[in-house]
Design a binder for this molecule. Structure first.
Ligand code: FES
Length: 455
């Protein structure tokens, strides 16, 4: 699936790992998080290799809207209410440091990646909610204001504006950083045991292992399967559009995302839990909305993205679990992968280099909350609902003629949930944790490690 990023950047390919190696740090995943983690650790003198199942930046990094911002929908009011002001300050400070670190690297390395500083906005029809978020963001230390003035082509009841945020071309950025990093592409990790990683053709022995592979594929360790699900969302790139002064996000179920890239505009929305798109229509709804807002616009690209969602809306960054002191995780970025990738790189660098990080606690993967129980129960419910449909097929409302002739098994190889056919993208999607497979059963997205091809 071509995006505006993949069509404007070619990254030199690397060979797969074919021989057994030893290293100080092995990073699994060569997306934005994996590359940044490797880059910052190398700067500290660590010997690092990166293992990538497909190609550099071929996962969500090529599908992001590439907003680099501390403004993550309504997060500050939520953290303030649920965890207190100290955690809200940590969250804001970590993300602001991430933005400044991007800027510093881009200037130091002279990276041409269309980095542009601009404000970020969220908007809503609910003025009180916007005022509360602006106040919470200010308490967290951000330069946030409530406003009704935007450059959107429609009026809004209220918005929160945060100054000094940024946007860029994500693949041009990681292409430049990747040049100095040892990366093995088409090297799929099948097993991780303490310090040993087993890939298709070779093994890696590493003192430290970092899982920067989107959704961790380990089944039980850390219990991530019970604390995280995945969501899909859709983006169309338009031409003949106005220039906005910054990046925008509408708050709520039907909120839309806006950001310019050059003369174009990335217009996104239509989120839903993976495995819950059995009637399709997501792109059409987005296109209809785009025509209403930008009648002169013309579509040039469309694509979809997949995000890991935690039960408390805060990423999991840090030590993987209490029982695995030399494993680390960077996951659960919600829809804020660019800033969260840099936050991950800074926290994991500090963990491995024994540097105190004053922003790490709020992201600790070892936190558990009551929300985790709800997330786990929802996942079990999805699994049972699917089993019910298999036993009592009349419960399945999806038109049968849309489901392709079975070339695949319909049980997810991750933890056995029944898969749902997604007619829009012609994929089999798992509603439990978000694994996806093409119509022939080939694995597209994990946490599953294998496809579902019928033998
Ligand atoms: Fe976990 Fe399918 S992704 S059961």
């Amino acid at each position: 699936m071509e995006t505006i990023w993949t069509s404007t950047c070619n990254i030199t390919h690397r060979r797969p790992l074919m021989e057994d190696i030893e290293t100080e740090v092995a990073v699994i995943g060569a997306g934005m998080a994996g590359i940044l983690i490797a880059y910052l650790l190398q700067k500290e003198g660590k010997k690092v290799v990166v293992l990538e199942a497909n190609e550099i930046g071929s996962g969500q990094t090529g599908k992001t809207t590439a907003k680099i911002t501390s403004q993550h929908s309504l997060i500050y009011d939520e953290i303030l209410k649920n965890k207190g002001v100290e955690y809200a300050i940590q969250y804001a400070r970590a993300n602001e440091k991430a933005i400044r670190e991007y800027e510093k690297i881009i200037i130091e390395q002279g990276i041409q990646c269309d980095f542009r500083k601009c404000p970020s906005y969220i908007y809503s029809e609910n003025v009180e909610v916007m005022k509360a978020e602006a106040e919470a963001a200010r308490k967290a230390g951000l330069d946030a204001t409530f406003t009704t003035e935007t450059t959107l082509p429609f009026s809004v009841a209220g918005a929160v504006k945060i100054e000094n945020q940024a946007q860029f071309h994500p693949l041009l950025f990681i292409k430049a950083l990747a040049e100095a990093i040892t990366i093995y592409e088409n090297t799929k990790v099948y097993k991780v045991e303490e310090h040993k990683i087993t890939t298709d053709n070779a093994t890696v022995i590493a003192k430290h292992i970092v899982f920067a592979c989107h959704y961790p594929f380990m089944r039980l360790s850390g219990m991530y399967f019970a604390r995280m699900h995945q969501e899909r969302s859709y983006v169309i790139t338009l031409k003949n559009v106005p220039q906005l002064d910054g990046m925008y996000l509408g708050v709520g179920e039907n909120g839309y995302s806006f950001r310019n890239y050059g003369d174009y505009l990335l217009f996104g929305g239509g989120k839903h839990r993976t495995g819950e798109n059995k009637f399709g229509g997501s792109y059409e709804r987005l296109r209809e909305e785009a025509k209403k807002i930008f009648p002169e616009s013309e579509e040039i690209y469309h694509w979809s993205a997949q995000d890991c969602m935690t039960s408390d809306n805060i990423p999991f960054i840090g030590r993987f679990s209490k029982g695995k002191p030399n494993w680390y995780i960077a996951s659960g970025f919600q829809k804020w992968g660019m800033t969260s990738s840099m936050v991950s790189a800074m926290i994991i660098r500090d963990c491995i280099c024994n540097i105190k990080n004053q922003n790490a606690d709020v992201f600790s993967p070892n936190r558990f909350s009551m929300n985790d129980i709800g997330e786990g129960a929802t996942t079990v419910g999805k699994g049972l609902k699917g089993v019910g449909k298999r036993i009592l097929p009349f419960l399945d409302k999806q038109p049968k003629d849309r489901i392709p002739i079975k070339k695949v098994t319909r049980w997810c190889p991750h933890l056995g949930c029944p898969l749902e056919w997604n007619p829009e993208e012609k994929t089999w999607d798992c509603p439990c944790h978000g694994s996806r497979f093409d119509e022939n059963g080939k694995l597209i997205d994990g946490p599953a490690k294998y496809g579902i091809e019928k033998k």
